[in-house]
Design a protein around this ligand. Sequence first.
Ligand SMILES: N[C@@H](CCC(=O)N[C@@H](CS)C(=O)NCC(=O)O)C(=O)O
Length: 214
Amino acid sequence: MAEYQLHCFAQSGNSYRAALMLNLIGADWEPVFVDFFAAGVQRTPEFRTDVNEMGEAPVLVHGAKKLSQSGVILTYLADRSGKFQPENYDEQLECLRWLLFDNQKLNGYLGPYRFLKNFAPKPDPGGMAFLKGRIDNSLAILDKRLAKAPFMLGGRPTIADISLVGYLYYPAEEFGFDIAGDHPAIASWLGRIKALPGWAHPYDLMPGHPFKRP
Ligand SMILES: N[C@@H](CCC(=O)N[C@@H](CS)C(=O)NCC(=O)O)C(=O)O
């Protein structure tokens, strides 16, 4: 058995943050498929009792430890490996600031938008327009920040970057707009992260691709 198990599925950008981090630090890990679409495993009482009371992927298992929330998983793996860590207290706070922004305002909207567009039967146009407005605003904030420095905290990548790329490598047609094409600083940054040893696309890293409609 590998040292780490990650409960995840290919379409989940939230899970991708953790899977990518495991790969970038060269961890010995294996995925555990969460059958999110066909079986809705994450909503079963068994999953909530045995895996994650919050009913979400990702979940990282490391021996007796079970961690959910990608920001917590990233922090744990950075602390253990000494890689992609914020370096001092000010950086820790700055990192946390971007993790929270990402979870609420960027991938927190981008994930549901892409889910509704691709996997839900009939998305409500008003709801989609609301989400798109929020996404555009957050992407502009990110693009402006990345125009100033190669990575979120400056000259080297940290878990803030690994969190923020959560949904950004999925194909443009899944969103119906081209994030990299419309945001030059984001595009260059995505290229820099893609060049890190161990980078892999979410569809190559986690089980469940291609998506089969249940
Ligand atoms: N803030 C959480 C978000 C996790 C999340 O929302 N995961 C989705 C899959 S991408 C999920 O499991 N949702 C549960 C459901 O819709 O039933 C994190 O970063 O880990």
